[in-house]
Design a protein around this ligand. Structure first.
Ligand SMILES: Nc1ncnc2c1ncn2[C@@H]1O[C@H](COP(=O)(O)OP(=O)(O)OP(=O)(O)O)[C@@H](O)[C@H]1O
Ligand SMILES: [Mg+2]
Length: 591
C-alpha cells in the first residue's frame, strides 16, 4: 500500500510540508514522504494541495520528493504486548528502534508497534464455537499478557457476526488469525491485534455516573481533593514545584489496573527515572512489578513536536482499549502545556490565525476533546471500565491566568494547584489546600463512608474549615502578634500546624510514608480531629495551650505517618486510646 504515490513535496517548513499534485487522498490520512518514508499525516486538503504534519525530522526532504498514501488515518496497533513497552508519540517501539539503528534513531526506520515474532498463549472464551454469533466488543478469548493483565481479544468495532472459524487454544503471534466472522459486509478475518485511529474515541455502550475514587495513597489528594475513577484532574504548577513527582507518585501507587504514562515534551531524564524505577517497585496491592501494568509513551523535548502533538491521543487510545476489556486505566500526561506548545508551533507554521498568546483558536476545543475521553463506562460487552486523566500543566512563570491553565480548568473537575511557597518551604507534596478543589466530593463520599465506616465527608469539612479559619488568624497574628489571640484561637493554629506536618506533608522517599492506605488516612484524620475537639473542650475548661502543646502524645501523632505501617490497626487503636486517656488526665486536674 505504501507505494501508491499521491502527490509531491512542494515546500518544507520544519515539521510542516506542503504537497502539490494531490490525487486520491483523504483528510487525516497517514502518509509517508520521500525515500526515507517519513511518517506524516494530512492535516489540510484544498483542491490538489495538502498540508502534511510530519512526525520525524524533515531535514533532507526536498521539493519534488514523492508522497505515498496509506488509505488510512494515523492509527495505533492494539493487541497483546503493549504493557511494559515504551513508545514514542506515534507508537513506534523505542527499544526495538534503538536495537535496529544504534544510539540515535535513524530516520524512516520502522518497526511494528507490536512484536510480530513473540508467541502468546490464547485460550478461547469458554463455550464459544463456530456457528455462534458474537457482537463487536465481545471477547473471542484471552491471553495472559503479564502477571496481572489478562488481555481480552475483542471483536473489533463493525466486525460482529457469525463465527465461521475460531482458533483453538495454543500459541500464536499477534498477526495470526484469531477467528473468521461472517459480518453483514462479508467474511472478516480477525487477528490477535487490530488498528484504531488515534483521534477517534472508541465506542462504548453507556457513560456512567462517577462513584468510586481513584485511591492514590497520597493523603492530601485522597482525603482533601479526591479524584474519581473516570474523572479528570489538572496539576498546574510553576517550574520545579513537583508536577512530575506528583504524577509519578500517582502512577506508582494509585489503584488503577493499568497506567499509561505520557512524557510529553519533558526532559528525557525524567522518563529514564520511570524506566529505571518502575520495574523495581512492587505494587502493594498485588505484589507484582509496577511495570506489569504500565505503558510508557515518551516524546521528550528533543523529539519532533508533531509526534508530541499526537502523543496524547496515542496514549488515550491505548487507555480506551484496556478500558474496553473491563479495566480501570489512569492516563498521566506530563505536560499538557508542552503539548499545547507543539500545537502552537504547528499552527504557526501552517500560518493559522493566532488567538490568545499565539495559541490557535481551536486550543480549547482540543483540550476539551482530550479530557472528554475520560469516563466511567459500560463497555460494549456489558462490563465496566474507566479512563481517568491526570494532566500536568506548566504555566510560564507559574501564572495560572495563562490560556492553557484557564481552558483546562473549564474542562476538568478536579484541580491540584501546586504552590511555590510550599515548595520553597519543602512542604511536599506542594498541593495548595486553599487553591485546590475537587468536584467529586459528593460522588465519592458514599464509597469512603462505606469503606471506612466513618463520617468521612463531615470530618473532611471540619478540617477544611479549620484550615480556612487559620488563614484569617494568621493575618491577625501578622498584624498584632500571637499573644493578642485567645488560647482557643491559638489552638486552631496549633491543630492546623499539626495537620500540615503530620498529615498533609508526605515523604515520597520514605518506605512507609510514600503510600497511605484508605484505612490509615481515615484513622490519622480522626486522631487529629480528636485532638482538636478535645483540646478545644479542655481550653474551655481552663487548660492552657502550653499544657496541650507539650503533651507527649502530640509528638507521637506527628510521627504516626512514619511509624505506623498501613495495616497496623492495633497501633492506631493504641494511639487513639492513649490520646483519650491523656486528655482525660489533663481535664481531670481542672475539675
Ligand atoms: N512529594 C515530594 N517529595 C519529596 N520531594 C519532592 C516532592 N515533590 C517535589 N519534590 C522535590 O522537588 C523537585 C522538583 O520536582 P518535580 O521535578 O516533580 O517538579 P516539576 O514541577 O515537574 O518541575 P518542571 O517544571 O521542571 O517539570 C524534585 O526533584 C524533588 O526534590
Ligand atoms: Mg516536571
Amino acid at each position: 500500500m505504501e507505494d501508491r504515490i499521491i502527490g509531491r513535496v512542494y515546500r518544507v517548513n520544519g515539521p510542516v510540508i506542503e504537497a502539490s499534485d494531490i490525487t486520491d487522498a483523504m483528510m487525516m490520512e497517514l502518509v509517508r514522504i520521500g525515500e526515507g518514508r517519513l511518517v506524516g499525516e494530512i492535516v489540510k486538503l484544498a483542491g490538489n494541495t495538502a498540508v502534511i504534519q510530519v512526525y520525524e525530522d524533515t531535514t533532507g526532504i526536498r521539493p519534488g520528493d514523492d508522497v505515498f498514501g496509506s488509505g488510512m488515518p494515523l492509527s495505533v496497533e492494539l493487541g497483546p504486548g503493549l504493557i511494559g513497552t515504551i513508545y514514542d508519540g506515534i507508537q513506534r517501539p523505542l527499544e526495538a528502534l534503538l536495537e535496529a539503528s544504534g544510539e540515535f534513531i535513524a530516520k524512516g526506520i520502522t518497526r511494528p508497534a507490536l512484536n510480530r515474532e513473540k508467541k502468546w498463549h490464547f485460550i478461547p472464551s469458554p463455550g464459544l464455537k463456530a456457528g455462534d454469533t458474537i457482537a463487536e466488543g465481545f471477547a473471542l478469548g484471552t491471553i495472559k499478557e503479564t502477571d496481572r493483565v489478562s488481555h481480552k481479544i475483542l471483536v473489533p468495532a463493525g466486525k460482529g457476526g457469525t463465527i465461521k472459524n475460531l482458533t483453538a487454544e495454543g500459541d500464536y503471534t499477534v498477526a495470526d488469525s484469531a477467528a473468521e466472522i461472517e459480518t453483514a459486509s462479508g467474511i472478516a478475518k480477525i487477528d490477535f491485534y487490530h488498528r484504531w485511529p488515534i483521534r477517534k474515541p472508541r465506542p462504548v455502550k453507556q457513560r456512567q455516573p462517577l462513584k468510586i475514587p481513584l485511591v492514590t495513597g497520597q493523603r492530601v489528594i485522597d482525603t482533601l481533593f479526591p479524584l474519581a475513577k473516570g474523572g479528570t484532574v489538572a496539576i498546574p504548577g510553576g517550574f520545579g514545584t513537583g508536577k512530575t513527582m506528583t504524577q509519578h507518585a500517582v502512577a506508582k501507587w494509585c489503584d488503577a489496573d493499568i497506567i499509561v504514562y505520557i512524557g510529553c515534551g519533558e526532559r528525557g531524564n525524567e522518563m529514564t527515572d520511570v524506566l529505571m524505577e518502575f520495574p523495581e517497585l512492587i505494587d502493594p496491592r498485588t505484589g507484582t512489578s509496577l511495570m506489569d501494568r504500565t505503558i510508557l509513551i515518551a516524546n521528550t523535548s528533543n523529539m519532533p513536536v508533531s509526534a508530541r502533538e499526537a502523543s496524547i491521543y496515542t496514549g488515550v487510545t491505548l487507555a480506551e482499549y484496556y478500558r474496553d476489556q473491563g479495566y480501570h486505566v489512569a492516563v498521566m500526561a506530563d505536560s499538557t502545556s508542552r503539548w499545547a506548545e507543539a500545537l502552537r508551533e504547528l499552527a504557526g507554521r501552517m500560518e493559522e490565525m493566532p488567538a490568545e498568546e499565539g495559541f490557535p483558536a481551536y486550543l480549547p476545543t482540543r483540550i476539551a476533546e482530550f479530557y472528554e475521553r475520560a469516563g466511567y463506562m459500560t463497555v460494549l460487552d456489558g462490563e465496566e471500565g474507566s479512563v481517568t486523566i491526570i494532566g500536568a500543566v506548566s504555566p510560564p512563570g507559574g501564572d495560572f491566568s495563562e490560556p492553557v491553565t484557564q481552558h483546562t480548568k473549564r474542562f476538568v473537575r478536579c484541580f491540584w494547584g501546586l504552590d511555590r511557597q510550599l515548595a520553597n518551604a519543602r512542604h511536599y507534596p506542594a498541593i495548595s489546600w486553599l487553591e485546590s478543589y475537587s468536584e467529586y466530593l459528593d460522588d465519592v463520599s458514599g464509597w469512603w463512608e462505606t469503606h471506612s465506616g466513618t463520617s468521612w465527608l463531615k470530618n473532611r469539612a471540619e478540617i477544611m474549615e479549620l484550615l480556612q479559619k487559620e488563614v484569617r488568624l494568621q493575618q491577625v497574628v501578622k498584624l498584632v502578634g500571637p499573644d493578642a489571640l485567645p488560647d482557643s484561637q491559638r489552638f486552631i493554629i496549633e491543630v492546623c500546624t499539626l495537620f500540615k506536618n503530620a498529615f498533609l506533608q508526605q515523604n515520597a522517599f520514605d518506605d512507609i510514608d510514600r503510600y497511605s492506605s484508605v484505612e490509615k488516612q481515615v484513622r490519622m484524620l480522626e486522631i487529629i480531629l480528636t485532638y482538636s475537639r478535645r483540646g478545644a473542650d479542655a481550653i474551655r475548661r481552663g487548660v492552657t495551650i502550653v499544657k496541650l502543646r507539650h503533651m507527649k502524645i502530640v509528638q507521637d501523632i506527628a510521627r504516626m505517618k512514619l511509624s505506623v505501617a498501613n495495616d497496623d490497626t492495633t497501633a492506631m487503636d493504641k494511639l487513639e486510646a492513649r490520646l483519650e486517656r491523656a486528655m482525660d488526665q489533663l481535664e481531670s486536674i481542672y475539675e
